[in-house]
Design a protein around this ligand. Structure first.
Ligand SMILES: *[C@@H]1O[C@H](CO)[C@@H](O)[C@H](O)[C@H]1NC(C)=O
Ligand SMILES: *[C@@H]1O[C@H](CO)[C@@H](O)[C@H](O)[C@H]1NC(C)=O
Ligand SMILES: *[C@@H]1O[C@H](CO)[C@@H](O)[C@H](O)[C@H]1NC(C)=O
Ligand SMILES: *[C@@H]1O[C@H](CO)[C@@H](O)[C@H](O)[C@H]1NC(C)=O
Ligand SMILES: *[C@@H]1O[C@H](CO)[C@@H](O)[C@H](O)[C@H]1NC(C)=O
Ligand SMILES: *[C@@H]1O[C@H](CO)[C@@H](O)[C@H](O)[C@H]1NC(C)=O
Ligand SMILES: [Zn+2]
Length: 935
């Protein structure tokens, strides 16, 4: 095949009234330094033409032109927009007046840039006049980058011909459309897009809208121009396109939008589940939101290289392979639930985010919190046996409780100026805490008023932008109308206390047993015990749901009272009366409906613990059992309760057979493991863990393959989770069984075809085997990685290759992780590093590797350095001595140049390490003594 070089495209059509450019001061530095674009201009429509060249692997690139129809709202002498790392042929820029009473001809006299905010500024020859409409045409070109952002390249190996196939894809959120074409790259500048893609005819082009027509290219042989229908008005970050040679599976439902699922041809048989589930969930949301999906089609595509989990581009949703592709013979149940959840999340965005978009990134949480929350409802609808709603909310709470107990956390809604700050906002606070406070509102408002308020909000702001206050207005009026909220209460008053304030409260509940009352106070909960009392002030509006041992009204999640704040934002102690006698427990926060922690007086804890440790433990709702575990372990950590109380409570786990309390317990106990496993008293902790785990391990038949007889799907996950820890603590026959499975697999003649290890046990078996195993065991698994065709399978392998305890093997693995030639994709490098760094031996190696190679790692990710923050996670959990903490502090300081894009994550890591050091100082001796009494 011959390769034809193509220069940047010309702005072909505009011969009339075009005045050529006088570039007297090209690319001088502009004085305009505000982080938001000027508002004098508003883009109405983009005509975007992009030619993608995938023939020459040494020169993968694109060339295009964009014509932007711009309305002047105020008079101005410049057009300021975003452009990043694009080559713009300035001699070809044109500016034309197309309507209004102003002067007919105009031109661009000079350009300048502002690299801090990625501005490209065109100074016009004549003033643009308010009320007039102009058309600006800019030709541009760039290479298809390797950064997984903007317009980038991806590839896969075709197993039949053993050749590399190239493809292109976009990832624009939050601020990378500017890397693909010059544009007004802020979510508030919505416009319609007419996309036309040029490519070799062996490929397919996809974009947000359906194809309008395909024409042959005017000069390049075998090339076509594929024009797509004009889009609805949307934000630049939702524009998407891809040129690829994928196959698709259609699955359109009657009366539904055209629905297709795309993947590389040799993975198309892994699309069945997503193709079936996607359209059903889309239809569910049409009913849930009461608004039809507005586009004629929707495609979902699995990309071999993808930075995030998935992206909700309107009408063309992009995924990692692991979040879209499902193989019944290779994907575990947890993989399947994960992908259902991601699909449901992205499709929820088609309304929340795409139809109604945040005005500015400050309100990112509205998009993400909503999609996270509603995804749980969508999955629940079609897989009630998975209990995804409850599991989702527990995960949301557990994750956000941890992060949000740090001083270095941040409010859900917060000011944003720099792109790095936008990127840092894609965190547990926006997603998980956001989802938790939305659920709180759903539960205190009730189904009907919540749904009608939402619908009104979406209808009112469709195709436009909104802020959280707009949502509060719609919800308040719905809640007042239905009587769900007292006339004197406003959603804004309540919700501002949750979204504008960092953290969450702990409620101190002290009962007066003779009077039958309880007195409630609140303050901010912080894990860092050096913070003085005076800095823990704060007031949250708390809907109070509670029940008692007699009532057991665990279905009643609505508020029986409110804990209010004064006009000046101070908390007002609240008294609850008509409570039962001294022999009965009282429990607050039914089904964890609100993100707060509840601490009781000693007697009430005792009553709860007695019930948990009796045959009656199931009379407490399963989510509240998880709550009690999570709360008591937090309080013991920070000293509000002692470990004797906490361990008495967790003792009941010997009876527990449900997933949710186990998840809460193992999550917290893992932290103790990380601190204790290098101490001389680890033996006692291990014995305690064995005591808790043995009954459940046996109940679930341990490592034996009994999956086909499990009727309750939850127990599949529970078994997966339990055996994983059981092998770590050498419970029962866990380790020998794991080794036997692995030996069996290794003896298979064709291990890529036949894997005798039960799918849901693979992670545990691989990790256990490599932990004990030889170089050959490691190399065997690595070969399986290289040959696997299934994303989730490859992910399982990568995360267990770090389980080796051999220093040199781990070192070699870490080096592979950051070496593009090794076969590990950039998207997976953090997973590999984490796998090494989480291990006891690997931790020390990874720490040293990171500190010595930070510049190299920085360059590997540059400019997407946010990936660095996930490398820090395993260290946060394990650093527990003052000297190690100080090493990290100096590292943070010495390497600040490389770490400045992840400042927030670094602060959070350092603070977490500090709380570990505090734990060792305050609790280690006490804990070591106490646990002896519980063995
Ligand atoms: C461009 O015009 C806007 C609005 O008139 C103005 O605020 C801004 O400062 C100008 N930018 C430059 C670089 O002159
Ligand atoms: C900008 O693009 C050039 C090639 O087009 C590339 O070499 C360079 O690394 C890019 N810079 C950034 C910061 O992405
Ligand atoms: C595939 O090609 C690579 C080099 O491109 C070569 O090393 C490898 O042996 C080939 N594999 C097969 C099965 O032909
Ligand atoms: C609570 O709700 C669950 C599920 O909706 C239902 O099965 C149960 O019977 C209800 N319990 C009471 C006491 O109403
Ligand atoms: C909580 O109540 C206990 C008494 O049960 C009291 O000692 C403690 O100071 C209270 N803490 C707060 C934050 O009010
Ligand atoms: C697994 O199965 C074997 C053989 O049937 C049995 O001896 C063993 O006790 C089982 N293990 C567990 C934990 O159930
Ligand atoms: Zn999202």
């Amino acid at each position: 095949m011959t390769y034809t070089p193509v220069s940047a495209m010309k702005c072909f059509l505009w011969v009339v009234l075009v005045i050529s450019l006088d570039l007297s001061s090209a690319n001088s530095i502009s004085s305009y330094n505000h982080y938001r674009l000027p508002t004098a201009l508003r883009p109405q429509k983009y005509y975007l033409r992009i030619l993608t060249l995938l023939e020459n692997p040494d020169d993968l690139r694109f060339a295009g032109s964009v014509q932007i129809v711009i309305e002047a709202l105020e008079n101005t002498r410049n057009i300021t927009l975003h452009s990043k790392n694009l080559t713009i042929d300035e001699s070809q820029i044109t500016l034309r007046h197309i309507s209004g009473s102003g002067s007919k001809d105009n031109c661009v006299s000079s350009t300048s840039v502002n690299p801090t905010h990625d501005y490209y500024i065109l100074h016009t020859c004549r003033e643009l006049l308010a009320g007039n409409v102009y058309k600006l045409c800019l030709p541009f070109s760039a290479e298809l980058n390797r950064q997984l952002f903007g317009y980038y390249r991806s590839s896969y190996k075709d197993p039949v011909t053993n050749t590399t196939r190239w493809l292109s894809a976009t990832q624009f959120e939050p601020a990378a459309a500017r890397k693909a074409f010059p544009c007004f790259d802020e979510p508030g500048f919505k416009a319609s897009f007419v996309v036309t893609l040029g490519y070799h005819k062996q490929f397919t082009g996809l974009s947000n809208m359906p194809v309008k027509e395909i024409e042959t290219h005017e000069s390049l042989p075998n090339y076509v121009w594929c024009e797509f229908e004009q889009s609805v008005p949307m934000s630049t970050y939702l524009v998407a396109y891809s040129v690829n040679d994928f196959s698709f599976k259609p699955s359109t439902l009657p009366n539904g939008a055209l629905f297709r699922t795309w993947a590389r041809p040799n993975a198309i048989d892994q699309c069945d589940y997503a193709a079936e589930f996607g359209p059903k969930v889309l239809q569910y949301y049409e009913q849930f939101f009461g608004i039809k999906f507005p586009l004629p089609k929707i495609d979902q595509i699995a990309l071999p290289d993808f930075s995030a989990g998935a992206m909700e581009n309107w009408g063309l949703v992009t995924y990692r392979e692991t979040t879209l592709l499902y193989s019944p013979t290779h994907s575990s149940l947890s993989d399947q639930q994960n992908l259902a959840n991601v699909i449901a999340h992205e499709l929820a965005h088609q309304w929340f985010g795409n139809l109604v978009t945040m005005k500015w990134w400050t309100d990112l949480w509205l998009n993400e919190g909503f999609a996270t929350y509603v995804a749980g409802l969508g999955v629940q609808q079609f897989h009630p046996e998975w209990h995804s709603r409850d599991k989702g909310i527990l995960t949301a709470l557990i994750t956000s409780f941890r992060l949000d107990s740090l001083v270095s956390s941040h409010p859900i809604s917060r000011p944003i100026q720099m792109v790095t700050e936008i990127e840092e906002s894609f965190d547990a606070i926006s997603y998980q805490k956001g989802s938790a406070v939305l659920r709180m509102m759903h539960l205190f408002m009730g189904e009907e008023s919540f749904r009608s308020g939402l619908k009104e909000y979406l209808q009112l702001h469709a195709y436009k932008n909104a802020e959280q206050d707009n949502l509060w207005e719609s919800l308040t009026s719905a809640a007042h109308q239905s009587g769900a909220l007292d006339g004197h209460l406003y959603i804004k008053t309540i919700m501002d206390s949750w979204t504008l304030q960092t953290g969450y409260p702990v409620l101190n509940i002290t009962r007066d047993y003779s009077a039958g009352t309880a007195m409630l106070t609140q303050e901010r909960y912080l894990r860092n015990s050096q913070i003085p009392r005076a800095e823990r002030v704060g007031c949250w509006w708390v809907p109070l749901s509670y029940t008692t041992q007699v009532e057991k009204h665990f279905n009643n999640t609505g508020p029986r009272a409110w804990m209010e704040c004064s006009n000046t934002g101070e908390s007002v102690p609240t008294t609850i009366d008509l409570l039962p006698g001294p022999e009965e427990w009282l429990i607050f926060n039914i089904q964890l409906s609100t993100p707060y922690k509840a601490n009781y007086d000693a007697r009430n804890w005792k009553l709860l613990i007695d019930t948990l440790n009796s045959g009656e433990f199931q009379s407490i709702h399963v989510i509240n059992r998880a709550q009690l575990i999570d709360d008591v372990l937090y309080f013991a950590w920070t000293g509000e309760q002692d470990y004797d109380t906490a361990l008495q409570l967790t003792n009941y786990l010997q009876r527990e057979r449900d997933l949710i309390p186990w998840k809460a317990a193992l999550d917290n106990l893992k932290l103790l493991n990380r601190l204790l496993r290098q101490t001389s008293n680890f033996g006692s902790f291990k014995r305690y863990m064995k005591k808790l785990l043995t009954p459940i391990y046996e109940h679930l038949n341990g490592m034996n393959d009994t999956f086909s007889s499990i009727t309750q799907q939850d127990h599949v996950l529970l078994k997966t989770m339990v055996v994983n820890v059981a092998c770590q603590y050498q419970v029962g026959d866990c380790v020998p069984q794991a080794l036997a499975y692995y030996r069996h697999w290794r003896s298979e003649a064709n291990p890529d075809e036949n894997n005798p290890v039960p799918i849901n046990l693979r992670s545990t078996v691989y990790c256990t085997a490599l932990g004990q195993g030889s170089e050959e065991d490691w190399d065997f698994l690595w070969s399986r990685y290289k040959k696997s065709n299934v994303g989730s399978d490859r992910q399982t392998i990568l995360s267990t290759l770090g389980c080796s305890k051999a220093v040199w093997i781990l070192q070699r693995y870490m080096e592979k992780a950051f070496s593009p030639k090794s076969g590990i994709r950039k998207q997976d490098s953090a997973l590999c590093f984490q796998a090494v760094a989480s291990g006891q031996v690997g931790f020390l190696l990874a720490k040293q590797y990171m500190m010595e190679n930070i510049e190299f790692i920085y360059k590997y990710y540059y400019p997407q350095i946010r990936a660095l923050s996930s490398l820090l996670l395993p260290f946060s959990e394990q650093v527990s001595t003052m000297s190690d903490l100080n090493k990290f502090r100096s590292f943070a300081n010495d390497s600040r140049h490389f770490l400045k894009g992840i400042r927030q994550a670094m602060q959070q890591s350092l603070e977490t390490m500090l709380t570990n050091v505090q734990w060792m100082d305050r609790n280690y001796q006490h804990f070591s003594r106490t646990i002896q009494h519980h063995l």
